[in-house]
Design a protein around this ligand. Structure first.
Ligand SMILES: Cc1cc2nc3c(=O)[nH]c(=O)nc-3n(C[C@H](O)[C@H](O)[C@H](O)COP(=O)(O)OP(=O)(O)OC[C@H]3O[C@@H](n4cnc5c(N)ncnc54)[C@H](O)[C@@H]3O)c2cc1C
Length: 321
């Protein structure tokens, strides 16, 4: 039997997608072990936006609201989660493997003296043990970890489960007191400028991505034309974002977004692991590269060994014929 706590990260005023996936994962774990799921959301004026977490899989919803929780800060957030862990008995504590979750989880584990596994791709039960699976070494190794000193704390990666539709579940929602001392509030947010999003790559079914192989404005313009011809969104490697050709929210990979389109066309992209982890779940991957030994060429479903400046105009011509 597993009593599970799921930390819900607030994104744009509501529960974030990776947290909802973690909640779905917790629900199936609790159903298979006969336990229950508690969701915990922290923020300010968030009560209404997280109310449906019960219908999405939680048996109990704890909401901590305080203006000092308006923006994520390690100190106060850690204090509140710790107070919930001290007041309840949980066997498993799940966080989304986001910057926020990966900040809080190891800190809490160190404070509590328990085990922590970050960046898990799956959670499963085998012979009564809850195992946390990580995909490691360039996705070549799948390792199962058991936490031997609990509660077992883990962060779960984007893609761990599908977000369920709203159901008929009924559970209890409860406000919890926020008790912060000077030691919890040693830093504060004084200003926050949010760069507006220019693209939602996660929702894109077709992505044409540019890498350093575009070489300059002419090559980049060709990739852009191909994206337009396919009615696709443009993705990029970090090299392209660093060069200033596309805004940062187009970056795919470890420090960018994770995408799972039906079609991903990699134009002049070597396929470094930091990029690959963000797009390897694409249904069909096409690589255009002059180097047949580039990792992307070895892993793509379809490979075009050619200069993109030669082949892309032909593709655009064929598409418009
Ligand atoms: C901590 C960390 C985090 C990172 N996070 C990310 C991340 O989130 N996303 C990311 O993308 N990177 C990330 N990186 C960077 C990553 O390691 C690579 O440096 C980057 O992905 C390489 O980008 P690229 O494939 O565009 O460039 P390159 O590796 O330089 O590859 C260019 C490719 O273009 C091909 N090419 C050249 N000319 C042509 C042509 N005319 N036609 C066709 N092909 C051509 C070449 O053969 C080559 O394969 C990260 C790195 C670190 C250390």
């Amino acid at each position: 039997m597993s009593e599970i706590l799921v930390y819900i990260q607030i994104v744009d005023g509501g529960a974030g997608d990776v947290s909802l996936q973690a909640l779905a994962c917790a629900r199936s774990l609790a159903d298979s072990t006969g336990g229950s799921v508690t969701a915990l959301a922290l923020g300010y004026d968030i009560g209404a936006s997280v109310a449906d977490l019960v219908e999405l899989g939680a048996d109990r919803l704890l909401v901590a609201e305080d203006d000092r929780l308006s923006h994520y800060l390690t100190g106060p957030y850690k204090r509140v989660v710790r107070s919930v862990l001290d007041a309840n008995r949980f066997d498993v504590v799940l966080f989304p493997a986001t910057t926020e979750g990966n900040d809080l989880a190891p800190l809490l584990a160190a404070e509590l003296g328990c085990g922590c596994v970050v960046g898990c791709d799956a959670v499963h039960v085998k012979e009564g043990k809850t195992l946390f699976r990580r995909t490691e070494f360039d996705r070549k190794v799948h390792t199962d970890y058991e936490v031997t000193v609990g509660p077992a704390i883990a962060t779960l990666r984007d893609g761990i489960a599908d977000i369920p539709a709203l159901g008929e579940r009924r559970g209890e929602a409860q406000s919890i007191a926020v008790d912060l001392g000077p030691a919890d509030t040693r830093a504060q947010v004084v200003n926050r400028d949010v760069v507006p999003k220019t693209v939602n790559l996660k929702a894109s079914r077709v992505i044409v991505a540019a890498g350093a192989g575009v070489g300059g404005p002419d090559g980049f313009a060709l990739v852009k034309d191909l994206a337009e011809a396919l009615d696709a969104q443009m993705g990029a490697t970090r090299a392209v974002v660093d060069a200033g050709w596309l805004p940062a929210d187009h970056q795919i990979g470890q420090t960018g977004v994770t995408v799972r389109p039906d079609l991903y066309i990699a134009c002049g992209i070597s396929g470094a692991v930091q990029h690959w982890v963000g797009m390897s779940d694409s249904k069909t991957i096409v690589a255009i590269n002059t180097d047949k030994n580039a990792p992307m060429m070895k892993r793509a479903h379809y490979r075009i060994e050619a200069d993109l400046k030669t082949v892309i105009p032909k593709m655009i011509k064929a598409l418009s014929a």
